[in-house]
Design a protein around this ligand. Structure first.
Ligand code: TXA
Ligand code: MG
Length: 347
């Protein structure tokens, strides 16, 4: 495909922060932070003090809740791995509140800058060459790092008030479904962390899209809240899927079993669900054949995505023996949804 952008123009819009159709990143961030409630203002003040002192804070993003620490403090980051039981070679995403903060962390190329200006704050994590300031522990020993600007007032205020990039994986025990509300975070890890900032239910319910921008072609390392097609339209360029083992190794997180509910999960079309078995649960947008003991039917894929992790936690406590979940089509948010379902099924 041809290159749609004039490099000079792009670099200029980055350097001088010329407004795009959505306004500048800085203006969008200021607008979010201005919408903080008085209660969140107080909680994010406290959270920023904890982050600066090397502690952990759980906070809402637009995707899932994150478990944050100062990304530049290897000891603080170690606590994240310990709390989650996360393998130490699975790198963390660094959450930022400005492009200037990002420039101190990674080498930004013009295409990556364009994506930041277009989609930040938002559910897009960009993998770029890391600068030395990022401890090896945060990067899982890699020479690259993932950066993302989350899109909630609380997350942006926490980062901005601490003045530090915040490393944050999803705030669940490693391998479990990601939390999409504060109560789930409290139940899962609340006993061992000093502060959970409550921002209600998350807007998207699935994690950010992770794209490797270190090479000549963007590579999709994890489908997520921002559809691949939307990025391709913006870049006027194909986003490649990881083809070979070398590329897959670049995304260590994809090696591990994830999102697993405590009871088995099977992927199925509605008409292929059991007609007479007992104690099975259904999850999908269509109506299943047979009679499940619990069924959760979503309006569309967006609602399926938003509610998936909560539904998995609900169903594992429902008395059902097995979950049948409908496999969505691989387009838009359906791609990320399908990815999470396949991993939850352990396939
Ligand atoms: O929406 C999200 O991204 C949430 C919220 C809290 O921001 N965070 C999240 O983090 O999902 P986590 O740690 O659960 O997933 C991070 C993913 C993993 O698959 C990891 O392997 C990948 O990003 N990743 C991080 N740094 C990377 C790097 N340098 N190269 C390749 N993949 C990287
Ligand atoms: Mg996770």
């Amino acid at each position: 495909m041809s290159e749609p952008y004039d490099r000079g123009g792009m670099a200029e819009s980055g350097r001088f922060g010329l407004p795009s159709a959505r306004g500048t990143v800085g203006a969008r961030v200021a607008e979010r932070i201005a919408s903080l409630t008085p209660e969140q203002r107080e909680l994010t003040d406290r959270g920023a003090e904890i982050i600066k002192a090397g502690g952990l804070v759980a906070f809402p993003t637009e995707t899932v809740y994150g478990l944050g620490a100062n990304a530049l403090d290897a000891e603080a980051v170690k606590k994240i791995y310990e709390t989650k039981g996360r393998p130490s070679d699975n790198p963390l995403i660094l959450h930022v509140s400005s492009i200037e903060m990002t420039e101190a962390l990674v080498e930004i190329n013009w295409r990556a800058r364009f994506l930041m200006e277009r989609f930040w704050p938002g559910p897009l994590s960009i993998v770029l060459p890391a600068k030395e300031i990022i401890p090896a522990r945060t990067r899982g020993g890699l020479s690259t790092a993932a950066v993302r600007m989350p899109d909630t007032a609380a997350a942006l205020a926490l980062i901005e008030k601490s003045g530090l990039p915040v490393a944050a994986p999803s705030a669940n025990i490693s391998g479990r479904p990601s939390p999409t509300d504060a109560e789930t975070v409290r139940q899962e890890i609340g006993r061992v962390i000093p502060l959970v900032i409550d921002g209600g239910d998350t807007r998207l319910g699935l994690e950010s899209t992770v794209i490797d921008m270190t090479g000549d072609h963007p590579v999709l390392l994890r489908p997520g809240g921002l559809p691949k097609e939307t990025v391709e339209e913006a870049l006027n360029m194909e986003v490649l899927l990881p083809q070979d083992q070398k590329m897959i190794r670049r995304s260590p997180g994809t090696r591990y079993r994830h999102y697993a509910p405590a009871i088995p999960l099977k992927l199925s079309a509605p008409q292929e669900t059991p007609a007479d078995a007992d104690n099975w649960a259904w999850l999908g947008t269509g109506n299943p054949a047979g009679s499940p003991c619990v069924k959760i039917i979503f309006r569309d894929d967006a609602e399926y995505a938003k509610e998936l992790f909560r539904a998995l936690r609900t169903l594992e406590r429902s008395g059902a023996r097995i979950i049948y979940a409908e496999l969505p089509a691989e387009k838009g948010i359906g791609r990320a949804l399908k990815d999470r379902l396949i991993r939850a099924a352990g396939e």
